[in-house]
Each structure stands twice: as C-alpha cells, then as structure tokens.
Design a protein around this ligand. Structure first.
Ligand SMILES: [Zn+2]
Length: 202
C-alpha cells in the first residue's frame, strides 16, 4: 500500500528547532531578519543607519538620523511581554506541531511557565493567526482531510479513532493529483466545486 504522503510529510523536529532557535540570541537574530529583511529601517524616517543601544536586557535600535529608539519587538505580539523570545518561539513550535491543539495547562508544563502565561501566549498566537487568515478565502481546488473536531473519545487511539468522524483540513494539492489511499483502503474524497466549509466524511 502506498504511503500517505500527507501523513509522512517532513516536519521540523524538536532537535532541529532547538538547533535553530534554542537560544535568545538566535531568536532575536531571526526576528530581526524577518522584520527587516533588507536591514534595519527606522519606523519614523525610514533611515537605515543605526546603532544598537543596550539597556539592561533590552536591545534598542537607535536611528542615526532622528535618534528614534525602537525595539525589534515593538508593534508585535512579543512587545510588553516579559517572557523571553526563546519561550515565545517554543510556544509557537508547540502550538503549530500539535495536530489536535494543545491546552494552556500542557503548554505551561512544556515551557515551564504558569497556565495563565501559557493561556495568554496561546490567545495572542491564535489572534494573529486569525487576523492573518481572515482576508484569505479558500478557492479553486480544495481537499479536506485529516483534522479532528470535538474532544477525545474512549476506545481506539490516534488516527484509527477517527473512523466515521468528521475530518477537515485544507490540503494544497494540485487539481491533477490523484487521490491518496487512506489506511483503510478507501480513497479520500476531493472537494471540487464544493463549499470550503462543507464537511467531508470518511
Ligand atoms: Zn529615524
């Protein structure tokens, strides 16, 4: 039986994540690169020449032209948070990696922060994902598959538990691609000319 390419797609392992974003320095450098891919740009005068001012644990970028000081976290969900970027990045990793979602209690355990802090992080991350995706509507060829609705059920665990339940997940596969066989042998149904919100039953 052919392997399910969606289920076996390569992801970012925790070891690889730690290698890339395991320290505060790495996370700060990554955020600077994402925010200013062409180099620092002053939010006031758009100048590029700057110096870095360190105030205790804070690193501020000071524009050489207008002397405006700004942080790479200003205007982001990381602003006004006392939690280090390293924990924020780890929270993003856990929220993204968990297929069925992660509770704030579990996230707090993983990060070593209180449930309240973990809930706040989850809430902010969910809000930015919502705002980013709000303007995007699914169109064209949309395949719905492999997501879980509702809480845990007793009995079989994992994907085997999902038989007969509603599964939803948009999958960006090309229109010409043939359907992938599921583990039970039935081909997964493609949604073509169907509303993006229509549930598909396996
Ligand atoms: Zn400036």
């Amino acid at each position: 039986m052919a392997r399910n390419r969606v289920q076996f797609q390569k992801g970012l392992s925790e070891a690889d994540f730690d290698k890339s974003y395991g320290t505060e320095e790495q996370c700060h450098a990554a955020l600077v690169a994402w925010r200013w891919p062409a180099g620092f740009e002053c939010p006031d005068c758009c100048g590029h020449n700057h110096c870095v001012v360190t105030r205790q644990a804070r690193r501020l970028f000071q524009c050489n032209a207008c002397r405006k000081q700004t942080s790479v976290k200003a205007g982001t969900i990381f602003a006004s948070s006392k939690l280090p970027l390293r924990l924020w990045f780890k929270a993003i990793y856990h929220v993204m990696q968990s297929k069925k979602g992660i509770s704030s209690i579990e996230l707090g355990r993983q990060l070593g922060v209180t449930q309240t802090a973990a809930w706040m992080m989850k809430h902010k991350l969910g809000q930015v994902m919502l705002e980013r995706n709000a303007s995007k509507r699914l169109k064209g060829f949309v395949q719905m598959d492999d997501a879980y609705i509702g809480g845990a059920h007793p009995g079989r665990r994992g994907a085997a538990q999902a038989a007969g339940r509603l599964l939803l997940r948009p999958s960006p596969r090309p229109r010409t691609a043939s359907p992938i066989r599921s583990s039970c042998g039935a081909s997964r149904r493609s949604v073509n000319s169907r509303s993006a919100n229509s549930p598909v039953r396996r």
